[in-house]
Write a new protein. Structure first.
Length: 568
């Protein structure tokens, strides 16, 4: 009995995982586990959200708004059980550039537009296509972002004083920082070194402790008790508010929308990639499966909500999601509670945030950048093949020295070309002649079933077997092989039984060959074509009487040989 296969319904694709776990009799034990996990993640997210916001060129409270409002929305509506949403280091470069060009209002508008774009991508079910981003591209842009994040923190790590605004591009930035080295603040360097040292020691000996929060708290206590001359959140930003602002739309106009649209597209692209990568990491850690399009819809809603409350871009965060899983989370409730705990921290402890030294937050981001760099994967891809190394380096260098979006697009384009080249090389065209022992051995070594010698013994019939994806990249090679005809037989058999894919260019190649063979008085039979491939051929004019279709090579050869004998 054959079971019927149904396309997934709208509910199957877009039901949030929160609804799913509630249907599974979510109990008190599950809630307790999620409370512990949510609190653990909130402790990690508190300093990180402020540090990412500051590095992005906005005030620290905007990072908290994103983590609270956006994080809650991602968990409540998302397609992953364990995803934690919030501001991410990957966005620092794009957010800082957008603020520099369009101001905070432009940033908020771009964030709302990116949310709308992500909603569209999710509802159009395009989330599946994001997985086609080549791995060298993701490693390259992640490493490039890590370099830029670290470079952006050098000023605060060393307590440097710049006479003008710090440049955005890497080379001018480094030049300005080198010129400012005489202003190095020893106290700031000591605070940063203490924070980095504490994070590394705790990670080594107490990996389950909240190293970021402990390091920031210890550095703040030292700076306050010793009266160190270091810049703090209070001295630069005047502290953070103790409440969430009322939601409001940024200034809207058609001209402004068009100005920030490129930034919005970049936010949506990067947010989609980052969130789905994070969901895949959670799946690999738990054995669960996320709903990619549902997750993108949630990310879109989260970005809109975050911007309405004044927050920056939101996406799934790999480190916080992994922490959530390791802390024993049972479902999305932990992510919602993480947002609630962050709100409580802000309401209760906002005055204390004024004492946090900026070098300590810079130290947190320096460690984040080091972890983001994926150094082992980078080195492995450099050794893997020239093609992968080219894609990796092109993406990395363009991200570092040009633009993040440009790096992703160029890397994706190179990766696609490399894939097409490899697929084209994998196509094989064989002319079958009477077999000898060596032919059979070669066929076995290539994991192909050899033809029966009787199928290739008729001199009036030439059999060609095409193996592999027959598409535009391989059409020229196959066409050249078919055109190299030294003799003029009465019939040709083209075996497509080992062709899994055939496109319009390939169909046109076969149609052209059939016309040429017809002018020479020969017949053409296509054997073994699967129904989808036969439909493509018929659509492009490869049809009887010019070309016959048979289910097997044996049948095609037998019939073609009979016709050739009769004509002779």
């Amino acid at each position: 009995m054959i079971a019927e296969r149904h396309a997934p319904s709208f509910a199957d694709l877009y039901t949030p995982k929160l609804v799913t776990i509630l249907r599974e009799r979510y109990g008190l034990a599950d809630l307790k586990a999620d409370v512990v996990a949510g609190l653990t993640v909130a402790i990690v997210a508190l300093p990180l959200s402020m540090a990412i916001a500051i590095a992005s060129g906005v005030t620290p409270d905007r990072g908290l708004y994103a983590a609270i409002v956006g994080g809650f929305t991602v968990s409540a509506l998302g397609g992953s059980r364990f995803q934690i949403g919030g501001p991410a280091g990957a966005f620092i470069v794009l957010v800082a550039a957008t603020v520099d060009q369009h101001g905070v209002d432009g940033l908020l508008l771009a964030t709302i537009l990116s949310g709308i774009i992500l909603l569209g991508i999710g509802f159009l079910r395009l989330g599946t296509f994001i997985k086609y981003i080549p791995y060298p591209v993701t490693v390259g842009f992640t490493a490039g972002i890590a370099v830029i994040i670290f470079a952006s923190q050098i000023k605060d790590l060393l307590g440097l004083t710049l006479p003008a605004k710090e440049p955005g591009p890497l080379i001018p930035k480094l030049e300005a920082l080198v010129l400012a080295l005489p202003t190095l603040n020893g106290a700031a360097l000591a605070v940063a070194a203490l924070a980095i040292g504490l994070i590394l020691v705790l990670r080594r000996f107490r990996p389950h402790w909240p190293g970021f929060l402990i390091a920031v708290a210890a550095a703040s206590a030292l700076a306050w008790a010793a009266g160190l001359p270091v810049e703090t959140i209070g001295s630069r930003f005047g502290g953070i508010p103790q409440n969430l602002p009322a939601p409001q739309l940024p200034a809207l106009s058609p001209a402004k929308v068009m100005e920030v649209l490129p930034a919005a597209l970049s936010f949506a692209l990067l947010g989609g990639i980052e969130s789905l990568l994070s969901a895949v990491v959670a799946d690999s850690m738990t054995g669960r499966r996320h709903r990619s399009n549902c997750e993108l819809v949630a990310q879109g809603a989260a970005n809109i909500a975050s911007a309405l409350f004044g927050g920056i871009c939101v996406t799934g965060t790999i480190a916080r999601t992994a922490t959530n899983v390791r802390s024993g989370a049972r479902g999305p409730v932990s992510g919602m509670l993480h947002a609630a705990f962050l709100l409580v921290f802000m309401l209760v402890a906002a005055p204390l945030a004024s004492f946090i030294p900026l070098p300590a937050l810079a130290a947190v981001l320096a460690v984040v950048a080091w972890n983001m760099a994926e150094k082992h994967e980078f080195a492995t891809l450099l050794r893997a093949s020239r093609g992968d190394a080219l894609v990796l380096l092109a993406t990395f260098l363009l991200v570092v020295f040009r633009d993040l979006t440009e790096g992703i697009l160029v890397g994706f384009g190179l990766g696609a070309l490399l894939f097409l080249h490899r697929m084209a090389q994998a196509v094989d065209v064989e002319r079958r002649q009477p077999l000898v022992a060596e032919d059979a051995a070669d066929a076995a070594a290539a994991d192909r079933t050899p033809y029966d010698a009787r199928l290739a013994s008729d001199p009036n019939v030439i059999v060609y077997r095409i193996s592999g994806a027959f598409f535009f990249g391989a059409a020229a090679t196959v066409g050249a092989a078919l055109d190299r005809l030294g003799e003029r037989p009465k019939a040709y058999v083209i075996d497509l039984s080992e062709v899994p894919l055939l496109d319009s260019t390939a169909a046109a190649t076969i149609e052209g060959f059939a016309r040429k063979a017809g002018r020479q008085g020969a017949t053409v039979t296509v054997a073994g074509a699967r129904p989808p491939i036969r439909r493509v051929l018929l659509t492009h004019g490869v049809r009887p009487p010019q070309v016959r279709f048979r289910s097997s090579v044996a049948e095609a050869v037998r019939e073609a040989g009979g016709r050739a004998t009769v004509e002779t």
